[in-house]
Design a protein around this ligand. Structure first.
Ligand code: FE2
Ligand code: FE2
Length: 310
């Protein structure tokens, strides 16, 4: 497929620039009007509520399996808290990668533009989010789980090898998949109030990041050559697959006396869990597909990620 046949239209250079400037200007205004300082806006001294879940029960990785049926209510709550902390740590890990990518992006570009001023503002947002996730995990007194060692190391490479639509597409997968889970949990009265507030803050501020990243994908796609397009499709699929498999660290299962390896296998092969991931990724996958970023040679990775039906 040539760049000309991609579904995203090529804007004229000036109108593309103007469109990006006007979006950035709008996002900068919104950042001024609606931003949180989680260190102050969350009551970190408030006691945790007994019997509250860390995430919506039906989103816990083992829900719908025989292992879940064997757990007591207390164990289910414990597992949900370990899982939300695992997801928060992965979110934090990815935010640190994103901050590096945005810093590299801003390094070479004109700081007088609204566009770069917004990129810098987004770094400030993510910096506060990462602090907020760190504080939330510490508040529960749980381990900072995070991705397995090799992936943690490979994460250092993404800001170097990632660019263009695949870079922003990768960001969108993490932001939009987590966003869908967080929107649901913030409305769930069975979820710990502190977590609901963390989710509310994150959802509100991430909406701007999603707008920014979606525009970058749409703007970058028509500029790709054919070999670049293949590389970009492969890279975004690889990130999608790694992210969905790393949200839950197998060690969380030890908290309820389960074998990490066995329970992780049960979760990853659970049709319910796979459907949850697919549900969370519906919006972003539709967007990435329309943009032309989902396709060969990444399809087997997408199927493995659960984001696309096998
Ligand atoms: Fe964030
Ligand atoms: Fe973000």
């Amino acid at each position: 497929m040539s760049a000309k046949t991609l579904s995203v239209k090529t804007p004229a250079k000036t109108s593309d620039h103007e469109a990006r400037e006007s979006t950035a200007q709008r996002l900068l205004r919104s950042s001024l009007e609606h931003s949180y300082e989680p260190s102050l806006d969350i009551d970190w001294d408030a006691p945790l509520v007994d019997g509250a879940y860390g995430m919506s029960a039906h989103r816990v990785s083992l829900y719908g399996t025989e292992l879940w049926d064997q757990l007591t209510e207390e164990q289910r709550i414990t597992l949900s808290i370990h899982e939300v902390c695992s997801v928060a740590r992965v979110g934090l890990w990815f935010e640190i990668i994103l901050m590096q990518m945005l810093l590299r992006y801003a390094y070479d570009r004109d700081p007088r533009t609204q566009h770069i001023q917004y990129a810098l503002t987004e770094i400030a947002d993510e910096c506060r989010h990462s602090t907020m996730f760190g504080k939330a995990i510490a508040h529960f007194g749980l381990p900072a789980y995070g991705p397995r060692k090799l992936l943690h190391r490979l994460g250092r490479l993404l800001p170097v090898v990632g660019y263009g639509p695949a870079l922003y597409g990768s960001v969108l997968i993490v932001e939009e998949v987590l966003d869908r889970f967080q929107r649901e949990a913030m409305a769930d009265e069975n979820v710990q109030p502190m977590i609901r507030m963390v989710n509310r803050i994150h959802v509100l501020e991430e909406a701007r990041h999603v707008t920014f990243a979606r525009q970058e994908v749409a703007s970058g796609m028509p500029k790709l050559t054919k070999p670049e397009l293949a590389y970009q499709r492969w890279l975004v699929a690889l990130v999608g697959c790694q992210v969905t498999h790393t949200l839950i660290n197998p060690r969380v299962y030890r908290s309820v006396g389960l074998d990490p390896h066995e329970a992780y296998h049960v979760a990853m092969t659970s049709p319910h869990y796979q459907a949850s991931i697919r549900w969370a990724g519906e919006r972003i996958m539709a967007f990435l597909s329309d943009a032309g970023l989902v396709g060969a040679p990444g399809m087997h990775l997408w199927r493995k990620s659960f984001l696309v039906a096998a």
